[in-house]
Design a protein around this ligand. Structure first.
Ligand SMILES: Cc1ncc(C[n+]2csc(CCOP(=O)(O)OP(=O)(O)O)c2C)c(N)n1
Ligand SMILES: [Mg+2]
Length: 421
């Protein structure tokens, strides 16, 4: 279904419309505050901006439920806020304060919350979160949970090898996974045209046999509606879904980059399409937001950010002697998350967890060895029965050809599974 149709028929509650507005404004104000802190030399690491891309982070994360999982990238502070991360964590983290989620070990947004908010920490290697979140979705399925996993990738990141490998893995596993591809036209100073010979990056979904959408990433309602539909479909078992959100990176790659390579006309075009201004116009026309309501939201945000910024500025830096602590996972001290086996552990561990350890692929396994004997089909452990493709289900005419069954030869198949791992 074209994205516009879904957006047109989606009706949100008044509160949902206002939530989207609140989080987009909060996203922008948090980043504006950090830009000021950066100029005061109080930000320790790099600072990346999602100016003009707020509808994507907020609209997509707002489609997730509390139980769902996500891994944000550098331009997804809005998604962190929607999932429940307080601004103080974002400030302290960027200022490398001891009170930050990583206790001052990192100066950007490399932090997560596995225990409560279900956020996997981002990693700098572009694309690597795709197989990781696919794994999260698969784990959810093993555990009998109806969760969806989501992550984001840029136009540049969609050309990495792991993007393709990861999406193919997700597709072949029918993982409940939603990937938001933020096509903001630039990867550092490389325009999208010079790195991908495609009009629409969503077309890449065809290569994996999965569904995709193209959406105006500067339209908050469209973004939410498409993401919600994709999340619902993934949860229902339809497999992974790729959403290409068309947008524009309004600042340089990071604070150090004035992005003078961006054509002025392109910038002007997108500045006129500011997602917050567009959404405000929509809310006003629909009589959902008036001057008083807007002022209330602004006051709420200002109060929260003043308190959290002050907390961050007044927090101590970490003590030098703690530098080597908490760097590697030490189990219980590191995180509380533990596997919760809701199916018998024997059922979900190899070799019984997936296909039978030995099977016959029709039309594939009838090879002959150089001595003209039947060749083993898989793993060298089966003697195929000549002209009897259904050897596993029918009673074999030659007893020696019977492959070990799961029930009758557990020890043998377990040993084989071990050897293969
Ligand atoms: C595998 C990998 N290659 C290169 C980099 C260096 N790098 C960091 S961000 C970036 C550009 C990313 O562009 P895009 O994916 O379009 O995201 P955007 O910055 O536009 O949000 C590059 C090349 C990296 N982090 N990981
Ligand atoms: Mg980009």
């Amino acid at each position: 279904m074209p994205a516009t149709e879904t957006a047109a028929k989606t009706k949100l509650s008044r509160q949902q419309y206002l939530d989207l507005y609140y989080f987009m404004r909060l996203n922008r104000e948090v980043e504006d505050t950090m830009t000021r802190l950066f100029r005061q030399n109080k930000i320790v690491g790099g600072l990346y901006s999602s100016l003009g891309q707020e509808a994507i982070s907020v609209g997509s994360a707002y489609a997730l439920e509390k139980r769902d999982w996500m891994a944000p990238m550098i331009r997804n502070i809005g998604a962190l806020l929607v999932k429940g991360v307080p601004p103080r964590d974002i400030f302290t983290q960027h200022m490398a304060k001891f009170t930050s989620p990583t206790k001052g070990k990192d100066g950007t947004s490399h932090f997560g919350d596995l225990d409560n908010l279900h956020i996997v920490s981002p990693i700098s290697m572009l694309g690597d979160l795709i197989p990781v979140l696919t794994g999260v979705a698969m784990a959810g399925r093993y555990l009998g949970q109806k969760i969806v996993a989501m992550t984001w990738i840029g136009d540049g990141g969609s050309s990495t090898g792991v993007f393709h490998e990861g999406l193919n893995l997700a597709a072949s596993q029918k993982a409940a996974f939603v990937l938001i591809l933020e096509n903001n036209q630039w990867a550092y100073s490389t325009p999208v045209r010079r790195q991908v010979p495609l009009e629409n990056l969503a077309d890449r979904a065809k290569a994996y046999g999965i569904s995709s959408y193209i959406v105006d990433g500067n339209d908050a309602v469209a973004m939410y509606s498409i993401a919600k539909e994709a999340v619902d479909r993934a949860r229902a078992g339809e497999g992974p879904i790729l959403i290409e959100a068309k947008t524009f990176r309004r600042r340089g790659h990071a604070q150090h980059d004035p992005a003078e390579y961006v054509p002025a006309e392109q910038r002007e075009y997108w500045e006129k399409r500011d997602p917050i201004a567009l959404y405000e116009k929509f809310l006003t026309a629909e009589k959902i937001l008036d001057a008083k309501g807007k002022k209330e939201i602004e006051d709420k945000i200002n109060k929260l950010l003043e308190k959290d910024r002050e907390f961050a500025e007044n927090s101590p830096m970490p003590q030098p002697e703690l530098a080597s602590e908490g760097v590697y996972c030490t189990g219980d001290d590191c995180h509380k998350i533990r596997p919760k086996w809701e199916r018998p552990i024997s059922e979900v561990t190899p070799p019984k967890s997936s296909v039978e350890p030995v099977w016959i692929v029709e039309g594939f396994g009838r090879g002959k060895t150089s001595s003209r004997e039947n060749a083993p089909i898989h793993f060298g452990d089966t003697q195929p029965v000549a002209d009897e493709p259904a050897a596993r289900t029918k009673s074999p005419s030659k007893p020696a050809a019977k492959p070990p069954s799961r029930k009758s030869a557990p020890a043998k198949s377990a040993a084989r599974g071990k050897a293969r791992r």
